[in-house]
Design a protein. Structure first.
Length: 221
């Protein structure tokens, strides 16, 4: 059996932390190694415990964005999942750009939360469907391109577009009729050329650059 996924929960509301713990304590593969109620405490806790995943409230003392940035600096192997009650696209986008892997709304069910944590431990991003929807609307107005995007090959652009749709490497391979190994190579090249840390930031880049929107428009034409 694999060792359990180690978690830190950072939220200034005791009831929220208690609710998360009450459910996660029933999952044998997930263990909470500490709790924090503000950004500074969350960063210090992650620096000490080096958890696999940190659940971070976007709106808490010190700010979830600052907490995310500090956690990623102090414990780079820790994947951050932002959790929030507010559909605030600019704040969520800033959190993702600060290094968060995923973002969930607090109305997510317990099974969905556990699944997102397990995926985060594997480096797989999860965006709540409503988060993805309003991020799209917030970013739809930004239709800029730059040298980094221009440096991508046509195939890399296709892969990036599918990353922005949330597809896994396996699904991208099936969609493009290429091997999963080839997809991984393309993903590595994309991250390097765009100078981003992970798939989530690459997806954000695709939306901000207008690549995803243009691909959708082309598909419809």
């Amino acid at each position: 059996m694999n060792p359990p996924i180690r978690l830190v929960v950072a939220d200034d509301h005791v009831l929220v932390r208690q609710g998360i713990r009450a459910f996660l304590d029933t999952c044998v593969d997930l263990v909470i190694v500490g709790e924090a109620e503000d950004a500074a405490a969350a960063a210090a806790l992650c620096a000490r415990e080096r958890p696999d995943v940190a659940l971070v409230d976007l709106v808490m003392p010190g700010g979830g964005i600052a907490a995310t940035r500090a956690i990623r600096a102090e414990s780079p192997a820790t994947q951050v999942i932002l959790i929030t009650s507010f559909e605030d696209a600019p704040q969520i986008l800033a959190g993702l750009e600060a290094g968060a892997l995923s973002c969930l709304l607090k109305d997510i069910d317990a099974e969905g939360l556990a699944a997102a944590i397990r995926k985060a431990a594997r480096g797989e991003a999860v965006l709540h469907p409503r988060v993805a929807g309003f991020l799209l609307e917030a970013l739809r107005r930004d239709d800029t391109t730059d040298r980094a995007l221009a440096a991508l090959s046509q195939r890399e652009r296709e892969v990036l577009t599918l990353i922005a749709e949330g597809l896994s490497n396996q699904d991208i391979g099936a969609r493009l009729a290429i091997s999963e190994k080839t997809v991984k190579t393309h993903v590595s090249n994309i991250l390097a050329k765009l100078d981003v840390a992970d798939r989530t930031q690459a997806a954000v880049y695709a939306w901000k650059s207008g690549l995803k929107q243009r691909a959708a428009a082309t598909a419809k034409s």
